[in-house]
Design a protein around this ligand. Structure first.
Ligand code: 5GP
Length: 135
């Protein structure tokens, strides 16, 4: 079954589009974390970052940068979070690759969900070995 974002691409569901090209689409999130919260999606129905082709990755990154610049110019936020969830444990609810652009203002009250933790040197060493060997 097509994802809700494919249905938006196909015009079956309305969306407030801000940009579109052959490979990507950008539209306002229906439940914004802040004013201007925009989603950039890859038109191909690919669930996560890891499954994107190089061309899809490049196209989505280009549109993300372009829309971020537009948000900066139009809304003049103090910052912009660029976020992307992969897998339900990471908060992904729509399994069609997308990037969140969330304009931020000083003291806007938007909650940053992660908390920094400490880790031992041994655990750091094990982690870096594991990740680098998987590349
Ligand atoms: P995720 O949790 O998968 O990273 O993000 C999915 C996002 O899609 C959510 O922020 C949610 O508000 C947004 N969303 C879900 N359904 C629709 C829709 O039909 N239209 C629009 N514009 N956004 C949607």
């Amino acid at each position: 079954m097509a994802t809700i974002f494919t249905r938006i691409i196909n015009g079956e569901i309305p969306a407030l589009k801000v940009y579109e090209d052959a490979d990507t689409l950008a539209f306002l999130d229906i439940a914004p974390a802040s004013p201007g919260h925009t989603l950039v999606i890859c038109k191909n129905e690919v669930a996560t970052l890891m499954e994107l082709s190089d061309a899809q990755l490049l196209a989505t990154a280009r549109t993300t940068q372009r829309v971020a610049a537009a948000l900066q110019k139009a809304l003049q936020p103090d910052g912009i979070n660029i976020m992307q969830n992969n897998g339900s444990a990471a908060g992904q609810t729509v399994f069609h690759y997308h990037v969140h652009l969330i304009p931020r203002w000083n003291d806007d009250g938007v909650i940053q969900f992660w908390q920094h933790k400490s880790m031992s040197q041994a655990d750091f060493a094990e982690m870096v070995a594991k990740i680098s060997q998987a590349l």
